[in-house]
Design a protein around this ligand. Structure first.
Ligand code: SF4
Length: 243
């Protein structure tokens, strides 16, 4: 089985428990204005790689992953655009006794979800913003499919970590925080909620592709703003960490 892969990281520490082998899949259905992996968008880009080669690479450091309670994370781009390839990697990872985590936009076709969810231990769900129109403006797509997938994960009791990127002036209004907090509170499968500061790491990739960076004038949030927002979440009964 072959799949389109953007890149691989062998020592990830934030995308799931323990130490992670992170496979960045090629192709994304969103076009986030702040995308730090702009070069993952093209579904025909990246490199065609055999799942067997990826697993052999993973096995070289297997003891690190196993000893730390870690494993393999599929990230992107959007891994679920290649559901069979995703399943193959996760099934092999589990056969080796390691943990599997799916880092997803949530823009998932539920009809495909059963292909890979039974071999997925944890879903890292990057929810951008709850307001439908703002979501469309920020990412190019409605969040309807994302919300439906989130509800589906709750229905089947799949553990999730929710990550919310704070972009000053775009995803940090009181309405945005309340909307997100209320949504999270309704779900009983959320193990962790993380605030991530917007960063400009991807700007050079936009320029290299000849595209204008859409959030040019926006600065990353201050530590104080992140702490204030974390306080808002906590006052609404949600434990939250700052990434
Ligand atoms: S979901 Fe991730 S990879 Fe896709 S456009 Fe948004 S930031 Fe970029």
């Amino acid at each position: 089985m072959k799949g389109r892969v953007h890149s691989i990281e062998t020592y990830g520490t934030v995308d799931g428990p323990g130490v992670r082998f992170v496979v960045f899949f090629q192709g994304c259905p969103l076009q986030c204005k702040y995308c730090h992996n702009r070069d993952t968008w093209d579904v025909f880009g990246g490199e065609l790689v055999k799942s067997r080669d990826i697993i052999n690479h993973f096995k070289k450091y297997l003891s690190f992953y196993l000893n730390s309670g870690g494993g393999l994370t599929a990230s992107g781009g959007e891994p679920t655009l290649q559901p069979e390839f995703l399943r193959t990697l996760f099934a092999e990872t589990k056969r080796l006794g390691a943990n599997t985590a799916l880092d997803t936009t949530g823009h998932v076709d539920i009809a495909n979800a059963e292909i890979f969810l039974d071999v997925t231990d944890l879903v890292l769900l990057d929810i951008k913003i709850m307001d439908r129109e703002k979501h469309k403006d920020l990412t190019g797509v409605s969040n309807e499919r994302i919300i439906n997938f989130s509800k589906y994960l709750e229905k089947i009791g799949k553990p999730i970590w929710i990550r919310h990127v704070v972009i000053p002036g775009i995803t940090d209004s009181q309405d945005d925080i309340y909307g997100m907090a209320n949504f999270i509170k309704e779900m009983d499968n959320v193990e962790k909620v993380e605030l991530l500061p917007y960063n400009k790491f991807g700007v050079e990739k936009w320029k290299a592709l000849g595209s204008e960076y859409p959030l040019e004038g926006i600065k990353p949030p201050s530590r104080e703003l992140l702490k204030d927002i974390a306080g808002d979440y906590q006052s609404l009964g949600i434990e939250i960490t700052i990434g």
